[in-house]
Each structure stands twice: as structure tokens, then as C-alpha cells.
Design a protein. Structure first.
Length: 290
């Protein structure tokens, strides 16, 4: 394998190589004390009349109102530019709403001071389409980093990281570097890093966008397993087959508007008989009849 540039040494801040594998606790990972859970009656995510206008006049969201309850698994679908990424960026407080209210676990995001945003983000796990892994650190260290920056002790890191790597199917890859992993494995590392703090909310922005269909199934199964542990999961996706296969709640956006919200929906809304007939008439007129 090609040698790395000596100016970018691979660093380690987790357990020593000889220590790894000696500690194999059987218990499931514990809930992070730094991630407060909302009361059962309080939505984890709540948008109320949210408008967002980008510079230049482009509309990101136009009066979006919806709520996501604790423990739900929700797909955000729609064409590029429909508003899915805007929802995600609002929830990570990368941007602020022009008007309306965005709440996470009852907390108004508009009232959070910029200096406190990093503390808020510790309670939100984010999975990216392009993984965003640290290239010069091992799988173990990439996941451990999420705990290190939130003030966990090295003892706690040594206890938690092996647990989450087993959950995500990476127990045999902890010494590997990102460029030694497949795309699916890199996404699993990204998910492990996002979930190691056991956040009440996990956001996944096109998590299967760079993966083949078979690998995508494994990633979605993993997100579903995480959802089953109690985390609320919100996935923005263009993956038609996966949405149709899982039949979870679907919120569809179009030009910043929520045009559909179904409890067990498909990627595309089912046509009723009248709509089907109208579409067929239109096809016949365009084609000059049968």
C-alpha cells in the first residue's frame, strides 16, 4: 500500500493496540448522560410555520409545520431543492429560520446562543453522505473522537467504543484506516460515530447516496436497529426502493412546502382512480391515441 505523507501522521488517542480486544463487555452500550430525553408527550422535533429564505430570494421552506415523536423513524423525500437539506441544516443549527419556530426536545433553537451551539450539537447525531471521516485515524479513533471532544474519560471511551463497533458490525475493523474500508464500511463508521453518544435524535442526510443497492440495505437495517434502541431517526433520501421497502412514515416536500405526510408511505404518493384516469387521458392525447 502507498505510504502516507510524513506530514500527516496517523494519530491515536484511544486505547493502545495491545489493549484492544482484552475488554469485551457483554452489556449493551449505556445511554449517554449528556443527552437529555424529552418527556414522552413532547415531540423530539417540532416545526411550526417555519419559513426560510436564502440570499437571492430562493425559498428553502414555506410555512413548514410537522412534529416527530420520540422513537419514530421518518423519511424526508422530494426532488433536489425541495427543502430536505434545509430541514437538516435547521436541525443542526447550521442556519436559522427566517420566521417560525424549530424545537428539538422542547428547546427553541432560535433561542440558543451561537456560543452554545456546539453543546447543543452533542445531543444530535449526524450521518453524512460523504462520511466525513478523519483519514489519518483508525476506525477506533474516528469513533472515539466523538467521545473525546464531549469530555468523556479515556476509561469511558475504552468501554464504549468496542460496544458500538460490535453493534455496527465493525468489531474486526477497529485498527483499519478509512482508505482500507469499503464505502459501506465507511458509512458504518460514520453511523457508529454519530450514535456513540446515544443522542435522542439521529439525522441521516442521503446515507445511501454513494452506495450500491445491496450495501444500502445493510445501512438502512443498521439505522433501523438504532431506532429500535429508542433514538428518533430522520432520514433525507432519494432512495425510492428503500423507502418503499421499509414503509415507515414519509414526509414529502416540494418547493419548500410539505405536500404529504403519511404514517406508512411509499416514496411516491399512490394515485387514486381519478388521478390515474386523468394521467392516462393525458398520455393518450400526447401520443395521439392507441
Amino acid at each position: 500500500m502507498e505510504e502516507r505523507n510524513s506530514k500527516s501522521p496517523r494519530r491515536s488517542f484511544g486505547r493502545r493496540a495491545e489493549d484492544v480486544g482484552q475488554e469485551t463487555p457483554d452489556a449493551a452500550p449505556e445511554q449517554a448522560s449528556s443527552a437529555p430525553r424529552p418527556p414522552a408527550s413532547q415531540p423530539v422535533v417540532e416545526f411550526r410555520g417555519v419559513h426560510l429564505s436564502y440570499p437571492g430570494g430562493t425559498t428553502g421552506l414555506d410555512g413548514a409545520t410537522f412534529a416527530v415523536e420520540r422513537g419514530e423513524f421518518v423519511f424526508l423525500v422530494g426532488q433536489t431543492g425541495s427543502g430536505k437539506s434545509t430541514v437538516m441544516r435547521l436541525l443542526t443549527k447550521e442556519i436559522d429560520a427566517t420566521s417560525g419556530t424549530v424545537r428539538v426536545a422542547g428547546r427553541d433553537l432560535g433561542a440558543i446562543d451561537r456560543k452554545k451551539v456546539p453543546f447543543y450539537r452533542r445531543n444530535v447525531g449526524v450521518v453524512f453522505q460523504d462520511f466525513k471521516l478523519l483519514p489519518n485515524r483508525t476506525v477506533y479513533d474516528n469513533v472515539a473522537y466523538a467521545l473525546l471532544v464531549t469530555g468523556h474519560s479515556r476509561k469511558e471511551i475504552r468501554r464504549r467504543v468496542p460496544d458500538i463497533l460490535r453493534l455496527t458490525g465493525l468489531a474486526t475493523k477497529l485498527h483499519s484506516y478509512p482508505d482500507q474500508l469499503s464505502g459501506g464500511e465507511q458509512q458504518r463508521v460514520s453511523i457508529a460515530r454519530a450514535f456513540v453518544n446515544h443522542p435522542p435524535l439521529l439525522l441521516a442526510d442521503e446515507p445511501t447516496g454513494n452506495l450500491d443497492p445491496e450495501t444500502s440495505i445493510g445501512i438502512m437495517q443498521l439505522l433501523y436497529r438504532i431506532n429500535r434502541t429508542g433514538s428518533t431517526v430522520l432520514v433525507a433520501t432519494h432512495d425510492h426502493s428503500m423507502v418503499d421497502r421499509m414503509r415507515r412514515r414519509v414526509i414529502e416536500l416540494e418547493n419548500g412546502l410539505i405536500v404529504r405526510d403519511e404514517a406508512t408511505g411509499l416514496y411516491a404518493r399512490d394515485e387514486n382512480t381519478r388521478e390515474f384516469a386523468a394521467r392516462m387521458r393525458g398520455d393518450d392525447e400526447e401520443g395521439g391515441g392507441l
